[in-house]
Design a protein around this ligand. Sequence first.
Ligand SMILES: Cc1cc2nc3c(=O)[nH]c(=O)nc-3n(C[C@H](O)[C@H](O)[C@H](O)COP(=O)(O)OP(=O)(O)OC[C@H]3O[C@@H](n4cnc5c(N)ncnc54)[C@H](O)[C@@H]3O)c2cc1C
Length: 556
Amino acid sequence: MSYTPPVSEIRHLLSTVVGFDQVSATARFAEAGDEMVDAILYEAGRMAADVLAPLNRVGDTHPTRLENGKVRMPPGFIEGYGAIAQGGWVGMAADPEYGGMGLPLTLMTAVNEFIGSACLSMNLIPLMSQGQIEALEHHASDELKALYLPKLISGEWAGTMNLTEPQAGSDVGALRSKAEPLGDGTYAITGQKIYISGGDHDLTENICHLVLARLPDGVEGTKGISLFMVPKLIPDADGTLGVANTLKVVSLEHKLGQAGCPTAVMQYDGAKGWLVGEPHKGMAAMFTMMNNARLGVAMQGVSVAEAATQHALAYALDRKQGQTPKGATAIFDHADVRRMVAGMKADTAAARAIAFECAVSIDMATATGEAAWNARAALLTPIAKAYCTNVGIAVADTGIQVHGGMGYIEETGAAQYLRDVRVAAIYEGTNGIQAMDLVGRKLSDGGDAAFALMDEINAMDHPALRAAVTELRHVTDWLLEQPLNERFAGAVHYLAAFARIIGSWTHLKGARAGGKHAKLAQIYVSRALPEAMAELGKVSLGATDLYALSAEDLAT
Ligand SMILES: Cc1cc2nc3c(=O)[nH]c(=O)nc-3n(C[C@H](O)[C@H](O)[C@H](O)COP(=O)(O)OP(=O)(O)OC[C@H]3O[C@@H](n4cnc5c(N)ncnc54)[C@H](O)[C@@H]3O)c2cc1C
């Protein structure tokens, strides 16, 4: 499938919409000037289009296989991953002390978009490593950092995150994996983890599993969980790989999509592990990885939305059906098809802008240490994760519709986009859990971060946008007075409204450049703001009606 990286759109976004100049003006990211940004977008885009895009279909038709306990990747994936690692894209935001480039997360986010658009099945392996690198940078001992970071950053080793167990999905605190101290500073890790992305593969010489487990004195729930580094092959102090650890892949999951990405059931049988961070503080350490991964997964939604839009436009311009007074016409000229394709493009741009607003906030928090940037990033993370992945799914679905019957037939590739992206609303915390995080933890500051963002949005002189912000304020005030379960009942609607208001604001900022940006903003804003008002109207419906229906009422 051909793919054209949207370099000029991302350039526009950085300069006109999300204020990337603030990031490059900091001492920390001073190197990320225009020339560097252009070079990164060009090089990463070229790699994605030339090397990775041809692998997208291959991954779908040649799923990962488990052979004699080892996972084999689809043909060409070793070379594809090699291009990502050799380009330095895995560790581009990592600490230069360990071989990283120390570049802003915002630029890594752009590169991740390209990789995900070109081949989503290839995206999770470097994404998991990036999250693990950040978690180790923040929480690991100096010895662990020195041993693992250079290899992860270079892409020679890959990282995974191991939270989920059969009885512990969204409720991570229910996990049963155990860690027994061995008396020499190491631990024996025992337990089963399911759905582990990249649990095994033949792309790297070693795989580093970050595993959540409970120490003997760990209390029940999330407060008693610790985090451990459990390598597939145990390295000696200078990184030379030694004996195999006592862990194995039990099976690979058969999935709706991302057939080229291995999702493994992992068994740890007294596997040797090293504590990362403090005992019983594993969730805090894992949260570093999860927040990084949430933005990465948000970009998976944007990636697929972008690729599906390109694909649908090309088809709509080529396929002829129906007549105009001038004769046979491409379906693109029908108003309803224009509605679909223009909507896909506008929604994709809004989702990308929200994710980049989040990335810029994270970079500014890193560079300045200011609490307000941290709070803005924390607020935007669940909004970006849920909205961008929902857009990815909706746009891929509309892409099928644009293709008509050919969208339902696998050979056009339109259906693969939908199958591949569907899981993005589920993993890294389901989108329902993201919405609950938004109305729960992220409003626990009394709404300060949310109101600060609303003030920023309100500074734009646009009557319909201001009316929507006024309503968002009222609804936020109402939410803050409610018990948690009332908030949760309307959480998805609140997130949907907030995202559309931010999306409209970003579109209107971009519209200042005029031309196609202004026209696209008109498409988005005129649809998204009424939708936001409707969603806000549903937030306060509350939980009573939902609990009034019994399970018997819902059965036949
Ligand atoms: C392809 C794939 C790759 C994955 N990769 C990884 C990985 O690398 N590492 C890893 O650790 N895990 C991974 N996961 C697991 C993933 O993170 C979980 O599937 C996800 O967190 C949801 O958990 P669950 O599947 O047990 O669903 P459940 O927790 O059983 O949720 C089912 C439904 O109930 C809802 N729900 C659950 N609890 C609540 C609540 N308190 N309030 C309201 N609604 C609730 C959910 O939103 C959802 O709609 C992966 C999953 C898949 C499918």
